[in-house]
Design a protein around this ligand. Structure first.
Ligand code: AMP
Length: 403
């Protein structure tokens, strides 16, 4: 499959080549022609599938570069996602000459107001800041022709829907709608049916099917030993582009501190850190100045860092969906990766739920000197039945045991 047959004009194809993409991802092959036709689209796709380019490329082909915009609006839940989308759009715009701007909260208004005044063809925004700017009469949406709601499920989860509805009410009725969501809950479907006109539904890799390229490992460990095990795994395997997920902000800070104390350069990234601290942490991992980024789930979606070799669930997430989103930070764009989960005794039930939802039993591994043999829970009947014939555990050192 090549980009040549999707209906993209030469200048867009040049942009694709400049970004180093040689063939379209499944969501790009499916979505680009349909978006170019002007149809509404519901895309069920996780980040890491190439969905950003899947909407940015055709959108910039459809809207003119001229005063009176924005003609395209992308609403997305987090600042990080907004910055990433703007990055792709800015890259493409080098060829198309569109003006692209991004607005998000947590930073000053002035530069954003100035950018809007200068004129914008494509605007990327988080909901709260966009509404603020509309109320200050700095942003007008009356000429929007294409509206993208990115990570719709996340926006619902994060309680942004009242703001998103106000934004929808402020854009012209006659428009093209593109909605992307990693999951299609009934709530999302309700939104879809009231907002979209006869949408084409495109689905790639349902959220509960982990990307095949990811090797998933579980290390049983006592709660108190998690930090030492993490240090051990990073050192032993010489890991240098790792994202570690913790349950709380406090734990993220603590883990980052322990790593530092053990000579492993790391940075924490969560909702309590300022925008510049968050961006600084992302940049330092990208640039190789630090080896480990410790994050909470707010950051799990959409972090676009190439070549993350390992994702570590320091704490298991509460839902299988979050598990899939977290581990999806590795093995992006066709690369392979490893997801490691540190499993404390009290997290067994969560692991079981995840395994039921993803439809496979994850392999357990021993790390030298770490286990929670003394605390091991009695396996449930269901679990025992599932694995009665199966010996898991072949760690690279060949030590195995039955879970
Ligand atoms: P996204 O799902 O949009 O966050 O994209 C995930 C990653 O895939 C980003 O790093 C993109 O640069 C990369 N990517 C997107 N489309 C392609 C493609 N056709 N070929 C190779 N990499 C791509």
């Amino acid at each position: 499959m090549s980009f040549d047959n999707l209906g993209l004009e030469p200048r867009l194809l040049e942009a694709v080549a400049a970004m180093g993409y040689t063939s379209p991802t499944p969501i790009q092959s499916a979505a680009i022609p349909v978006i170019l036709e002007g149809r509404d689209v519901v895309g069920c796709a996780q980040t890491g599938t190439g969905k950003t380019a899947a909407f940015v490329l055709p959108m910039l082909q459809r809207i003119p570069a001229k005063p009176g915009g924005p003609r395209a609006l992308v609403v997305t839940p987090t600042r990080e996602l907004a910055v990433q989308i703007e990055g792709v759009a800015a890259e493409v715009s080098k060829r198309t000459r569109h003006r692209v701007a991004v607005v998000y909260g947590g930073v000053g208004y002035e530069p954003q107001i100035k950018a809007l005044k200068r004129g914008v063809d494509l605007l990327v925004a988080t909901p709260g800041r966009l509404l603020d700017l509309m109320e200050r009469k700095s942003a007008s949406l009356s000429n929007v022709e294409i509206l993208v709601l990115d990570e719709a499920d996340r926006m619902l989860d994060m309680g942004f829907w009242p703001q998103v509805r106000k934004i929808i009410a402020a854009v012209p009725r006659e428009r093209q709608n593109l909605l992307f969501s990693a999951t299609m809950s009934t709530e999302v479907l309700r939104v879809v049916s009231s907002t979209l006109a006869d949408p084409v539904r495109i689905e790639v890799a349902p959220a509960t099917t982990p990307i095949e390229a990811i090797e998933q490992r579980v290390y049983p460990v006592g709660t108190q030993q998690k930090a030492q095990l993490l240090v051990h795994l990073i050192r032993e395997n010489e890991l240098d582009r790792v994202i570690v997920f913790t349950r709380t902000k406090h734990r993220a800070d603590r883990v980052a501190k322990v790593l530092h104390q053990n000579g492993i350069k790391s940075a924490a990234i969560h909702g309590d850190r300022s925008q510049s601290q968050r961006q600084g942490a992302l940049d330092s991992l990208k640039a190789g100045r630090c080896r480990v980024l410790v994050a909470t789930d707010v950051m799990a979606r959409g972090i676009d860092i190439d070549d993350v070799s390992h994702v570590v669930n320091y704490d298991l997430p509460n839902t299988a969906e979050d598990y899939v989103h977290r581990i999806g930070r590795t093995a992006r764009a066709g690369k392979s990766g490893t997801a490691v989960s540190l499993l404390a005794p009290e997290e067994h039930e969560m692991l079981r739920d995840i395994e039921v939802k993803i439809g496979s039993v994850l392999d357990c591994h021993d790390a030298d000197g770490f286990s929670y043999v003394d605390h091991r829970l009695v396996p449930s009947a269901e679990r025992t039945a599932k694995r009665q014939t199966r010996t898991v555990f072949s760690s690279s050192r060949g030590r195995g045991r039955r879970r």
